[in-house]
Design a protein around this ligand. Sequence first.
Ligand code: PHE
Length: 342
Amino acid sequence: MKNKLEELKKKILEDLSRVKSGELLRELEIKYLGRKGELSNILRAIKDLGAEEKQEIGAIANAIKNDVSVEFERIKKEIGGKEETAGFVDVTIPGKKIACGHLHPITIIQAELEDLFKSMGFMVLDGPELESDYYNFEALNIPKTHPARDMQDTFYIDKKNQNGEYDLLMRTHTSPVQIRAMQKYGAPLRAVIPGRCFRSEATDARHEHTLYQFEGLMIGEDINFSHLKGILELVGKKLFGAETKLRMRPKFYPFVEPGTNGEYTCSLCGGKGCRVCKGSGWLEVIGAGLVHPNVLASGGIDPEKYSGFAFGFGLSRLAQLKYGIDDARLAMSGDLRFLNQF
Ligand code: PHE
């Protein structure tokens, strides 16, 4: 029995020396020291021995049990320590950033302008991108045969109306919403209309077939050119800084009379002249004027009683200038190398 005990001790210590995981250690503990374990079986058998043997073997068996238990405890601590380190989480390490999108540069400018105009009591309106020939051209004083139609060629929908005409098209500007707004709200009226427009363009660095505009319309009893100028000056200062100047020169648009363009001092060179403003120091971003009497009439407003101004910003162009984007086509490209820079 003595031999059996010694052998068992050797076997246990050998097994223990190889153990690497807490799980295996627990298995061994059950196997040797558990209630039905090998060592416990021997200890239990001692009571059947003769008195002398009982004392001798009992002492050896207990000593072995002690030694082995001590070894179990030691290894348990060793492995436990390692496992704790392996599963250790340092809560002070900065976390992994969750990828999250952000606003598009055009949306940023649009929101900035909306805020400015809302603060001056303008409504923000929306209108259909698929328009009728009537709202996009006719009601804006651009008859079918008028050469001004050539300025804004568009995409027609391949479907004829009862009269055999193609009268549905992708709107070329946000101006048709001027008519819709007048018809819906009447005068007096203050509204801005951001939106997407389409033109059948040969695209290049300054032209894109899909573009964003920001239309404005104000109608009242005594609205004149100075109101228009004041508002456009304010927008320039807000977008490009307090030093920004506005220049207006006559320009023809069939739906305004008089008509004007609007140029701001180039935000990139401060008016000295650079590549972006082609050396002129000015950047053209606006079409504007006083609403033509025919257009007021199309909107159901009496041109004898009311007058108004209208303007249209190229939002895509504004974003180009504000962020120094040298190719208009990038804005709609969906290219993350471009978008991630904002
Ligand atoms: N609709 C014109 C364009 O797209 C801009 C404009 C708007 C001009 C309002 C005058 C008044 O070019």
